[in-house]
Design a protein around this ligand. Structure first.
Ligand SMILES: Cc1cc2nc3c(=O)[nH]c(=O)nc-3n(C[C@H](O)[C@H](O)[C@H](O)COP(=O)(O)OP(=O)(O)OC[C@H]3O[C@@H](n4cnc5c(N)ncnc54)[C@H](O)[C@@H]3O)c2cc1C
Length: 380
């Protein structure tokens, strides 16, 4: 038993039931196959759109469920609990769509959000380049204005939903000589000439999620594809960082809780030296320590969720949550894998896949070293 959670209303919990049922029926049975294929098929996205799992926190006038960020948190939690690391729903729904909602023109919102909510259009965001990850200001991709068009040249890598993507928010320099002030966000449809998708990258985990290189070779888009104002891209990217980082924290705690539960069950069933391994003091103490730490993390995450709902969560607190929860999840999974013995190292066991899936959470969304920098700056 964990302490009762108080952040969600009855309406949220009803939504959780719908999400859970959908995932159990439509995603869980196929996930292992998608891991082999390296991608989640578009039909699964459309089904998710049909039941209202995509864009949970986008207003219903755009064909979306019209909920709040707690609805989004529920999708993240239920996915993490089941180890469904393939569908890139969260990036699509809670990173890409919010930029369009916040900074798009009404025309852009109407063109993209309803299709994204229906799962007919899959979104990605392309910041990282082969030479630039943490240091975003140094991106080299350029978008040079020629009349009523931008001409885009450059390369991106590690892009989630990259292969499936129909629409990419591209982080680019419209003023290449400037640093942060030269950055703009441009919406690029995958159908544009000169835009090509490279390899589906071979990762150590999150095997069912497509992660790709993207290439832009004299890609022309109309200036109406600019998101927000020229030169304000970096500012826009900074605005939603707290929520984006919380998404990793929320998934991390939900994953850790579920792995502990599964491990507790496993240790009761597995007998060694004539007794269940759950009977050894080491097992009991280890699970007790992990559960205690996860409970502490859970309370912190729920407090952050309350602050999100009040629009009061600051960037450094979100950085703490991202860092702490991703580190904790990796630690919990590692200890639980140990309690599984050799079976924990076998891909067919949930704990083995979780081990591989979780590692990236300490790297992406801003590495945990960058999170420490952000927290350290509060002392400056
Ligand atoms: C599976 C996956 C999915 C991803 N999805 C996306 C996506 O959808 N869109 C996208 O744009 N990007 C995506 N990324 C990229 C991800 O955001 C970057 O990998 C991440 O920001 C780190 O950048 P980097 O890989 O270039 O590492 P680097 O920036 O080269 O960092 C290397 C090491 O140096 C450390 N370091 C860097 N700067 C500092 C500093 N100032 N102080 C101390 N240490 C520092 C880092 O913490 C890290 O340990 C994804 C990556 C992966 C692996």
């Amino acid at each position: 038993m964990y302490i009762n959670r108080t952040v969600f209303s009855e309406e949220h919990e009803a939504y959780r039931d719908t999400v859970a049922r959908f995932m159990d029926e439509e995603l869980v049975p196929s996930h292992a196959q998608w891991e082999k294929e390296g991608i989640v098929p578009r039909e699964a996205w459309k089904k998710a759109g049909d039941v209202g799992i995509l864009l949970p926190a986008i207003p219903d006038k755009y064909g979306a469920p019209g909920g709040d960020r707690l609805f989004s948190s529920i999708v993240i939690e239920e996915q993490a609990k089941r180890g469904l690391s393939g569908p890139g729903f969260t990036l699509h729904s809670d990173i890409v769509a919010p930029y369009i909602l916040a900074y798009g023109t009404e025309e852009q919102k109407q063109a993209f959000l309803p299709k994204m909510a229906a799962g007919e259009m899959i979104g990605a965001i392309a910041m990282t380049e082969p030479g630039t990850g943490s240091d975003l200001q140094s991106v080299k991709t350029t978008a040079i204005r020629e009349g009523d068009e931008y001409v885009i040249n450059g390369q991106k890598t590690f892009i989630t939903n990259g292969i499936n993507s129909d629409l990419v928010i591209l982080v680019t320099k419209t003023a290449p000589d400037l640093g942060a002030k030269g950055i703009s966000l441009i919406l690029v449809e995958a159908t544009r000439e000169g835009f090509t998708k490279g390899r589906n990258l071979d990762k150590i985990g999150m095997k069912a999620q497509d992660t790709a290189e993207l290439f832009f070779d004299n890609v022309r888009v109309p200036v109406t594809n600019l998101l927000g104002k020229e030169g304000t891209g970096f500012y826009m990217l900074m605005q939603e960082l707290a929520w984006e980082r919380m998404q990793i924290a929320i998934g991390g705690i939900a994953s850790a809780e579920s792995i502990i539960e599964e491990t507790a069950t496993y240790t009761k069933e597995r007998k060694v030296f004539g007794q269940p391994i759950a009977g050894f003091q080491n097992t009991r103490f280890k699970l007790a320590e992990l559960k205690t730490q996860v409970q502490i993390g859970r309370v912190f995450v729920d407090k952050c969720l309350e602050l999100i709902m009040k629009k009061e969560l600051d960037a450094s607190t979100a950085a703490m949550a991202k860092m702490w929860c991703s580190d904790l999840n990796c630690k919990v999974i590692d200890e639980c894998l140990q309690l599984h013995g050799g079976y924990g190292y076998m891909w067919e066991y949930r704990v083995a896949r979780a081990y591989a899936d979780a590692r990236v959470s300490r790297i992406y969304g801003g590495s945990n070293e960058i999170m420490k920098e952000l927290v350290a700056r509060t002392f400056d």
